[in-house]
Design a protein around this ligand. Structure first.
Ligand code: G4P
Length: 531
């Protein structure tokens, strides 16, 4: 098969949702439909159980499970589908953001009872930054949820994207009868059904007399009215607008009952984008280019102290990846090769001899990689679009054992390379400030520093709520600002200056008073902070 055929065969996407909306259930059902697993329950949830929040080792153990489900590959209708898993837990949101840089599209799961929740909004913000195409699956229609029109309005207003329903529900909750496919003109009947895969269907259009027979007069009339309204209110579905990330098709269903999944998967296969070009610091890389390139978007530590290796997940962006071949590690400027790269087929880990754009390769790593690292066949380019976002909680790292400061230094460098947290350094006194999105990471870091590096630390909370990256065209203005702000300026791992602010008000005030300085929301400086 040619490289182009291999590329056209691949679809790489992530399922995202607020915790509990049904991401794990939907993932499992897609694998069932794809024949990758035979029974429900085969996919271990990587969901971090609520009871475990104080026991982070338990959480890490559960996170360990997620290595096995980090990438799930299956074949369906001659396509090779890669689902990239994302942790649901809020404290690991950064992991999810980074995984979103490695996909070509996403399926967003929304709970029809809860509507758009906080985590959904944040994840969608990240998708919108990159114009990632989104399909929405409104789940749990067997529950007494909100009115579908209201749900769609909420999606549009809170997620800042146009939507277009492709199926329409007939009632909701206890009276839920199924969905009408607007493009197939087909009724899919709902039954509580946790095991069987296919729903009962009837091919009827809205003028068909059988509609009333099948649904009863009231529901048939309601459906006809609703569909008229949908067709009147929403523009026709445009595949092009979807692929540009401007329009999200919407499906309704019930993942636990295997309902609405097949339509979702079939449509996904038809419309979802093939592996896309990716930006680098020098040019855009096309998947069809003959030479191999790829970048690391996730690093997972092995917590077993006897095997200190880590697994780096690399997304292939162009060319062909081959086992045992030397590639250039651009940041380190050295050649590296991998004797046992692996992939995940039907949820088994197996050695990957060759891989193509869209594929994700697992690479054993002994500390050579950090997030965003690029491998090429020699060209000096660095993939971009893998920004850091501002952490929310900041604490100073205090060394508790002066004899072990080297170990502490190395440990915190490596852990932050993995993306566990972000490290900021104050020039004065070389003080180290660690920023995270959740309290959990502080426990994890403290534990790992002690057990993996033999270094003891404690944390001092800091009155900081936001970090923003600074740039200025006017260097003297920047130097002056940095001098004036003293301990409010720290440096990230790449020595970029960062303003550590107590509040958004503080950022606003500083921005007003210092028009020559630009305050950025992410480390890639594309998005100026909107406050
Ligand atoms: P997540 O990965 O997004 O966090 O969600 P997950 O799939 O784990 O689903 C969260 C809960 O919602 C689970 O129940 C799951 O069974 C339930 N669920 C998923 N889809 C549907 C649906 O279509 N209808 C209804 N009524 N429930 C659904 P749980 O009680 O938290 O877990 P479990 O004991 O059932 O596994």
């Amino acid at each position: 098969m040619s490289n182009l055929q291999e590329i056209k065969k691949r679809r790489t996407f992530a399922i995202i949702s607020h915790p509990d909306a049904g991401k794990t259930t939907l993932t499992e059902k897609l694998l069932l439909f794809g024949g990758a697993i035979q029974t429900a329950g085969a996919v271990k949830s990587n969901k971090i159980k609520k009871t475990a929040t104080s026991d982070f080792m338990e959480i890490e153990k559960q996170r360990g499970i997620s290595v096995a489900t980090s990438v799930m590959t299956f074949e369906y209708k001659d396509l090779l589908i890669n689902i990239l898993d994302t942790p649901g837990h809020k404290d690991f949101a950064e992991d999810t953001y980074r995984t979103l840089t490695a996909v070509d599209s996403v399926i967003l799961v929304v709970d029809c009872v809860k509507g758009v929740e906080e985590q959904t909004e944040r994840l969608m913000e990240v998708c919108r930054m990159r114009n990632t195409p989104v399909i929405v699956f409104i789940n749990k229609l067997d529950r007494e949820g909100q009115n579908p029109f209201e749900l769609l309005d909420e999606l549009e207003s809170k997620l800042n994207i146009r939507v277009r329903p492709l199926t329409w529900p007939i009632n909701i909750g206890a009276n839920f009868k199924g969905v009408y496919s607007l493009y197939e003109q087909m009724l899919y009947f709902f039954k509580i059904n946790k095991t069987k895969i296919e729903a009962d269907v009837a091919k009827v259009n809205l003028e068909d007399e059988k509609l009333e027979e099948l649904l009863g007069e009231r529901d048939a009339n309601q459906l006809t009215e609703d569909v008229e309204l949908v067709e009147g209110v929403y523009d026709a579905f445009s595949e092009e607008a979807y692929q540009k990330g401007q329009l999200a098709p919407v499906f309704f269903g019930s993942a636990i009952n295997n309902f609405g999944i097949k339509e979702l998967l079939d449509t996904f296969c038809e419309i979802s984008p093939i592996p896309q070009p990716r930006p680098t610091d020098v040019r855009e890389v096309e998947p069809t280019e003959p030479k191999f390139t790829g970048f690391v978007f996730k690093i997972h530590a092995n917590l077993d102290p006897r095997h200190r290796d880590r697994i780096a997940f690399l997304r292939i962006c162009s060319g062909k990846f081959e086992r045992g071949k030397f590639y250039k590690h651009v940041r380190l400027g050295k050649d590296v090769r991998f004797s046992s790269p692996f992939t995940f087929m039907a949820s088994d880990k197996s050695v990957m001899d060759e891989g193509f754009p869209g594929d994700v390769v697992g690479l054993y790593d002994t500390g050579n990689f950090k997030i965003g690292d690029t491998l090429t066949e020699g060209e000096a380019l660095q993939f971009s679009g893998i920004p850091s976002f501002s952490p929310e909680i900041f604490k100073e790292l205090i060394n508790m054992d002066p004899m072990k400061s080297k170990q502490l230094e190395k440990g915190i460098q490596q852990l932050t390379d993995e993306g566990v947290a972000q490290l900021f350094t104050l020039d004065l006194g070389n003080r180290k400030i660690v920023g995270t999105v959740g309290e959990l990471q502080f426990d994890v870091i403290q534990y790992r520093l002690e057990h993996e590096y033999g270094a003891k630390c404690r944390w001092v909370p800091m009155n900081i709520s936001r970090a923003c990256w600074l740039t200025a065209d006017d260097k003297p203005a920047m130097d002056q600002f940095v001098r004036l702000k003293g301990n409010q300026i720290a440096y990230d791992k790449d020595r970029n200056p960062v303003f550590l602010a107590e509040s958004e008000w503080m950022i606003r005030m500083n921005r007003e008073n210092n028009p020559a300085i630009h305050f950025h929301f992410t480390s890639e400086f594309k998005t100026e902070m909107a406050l």
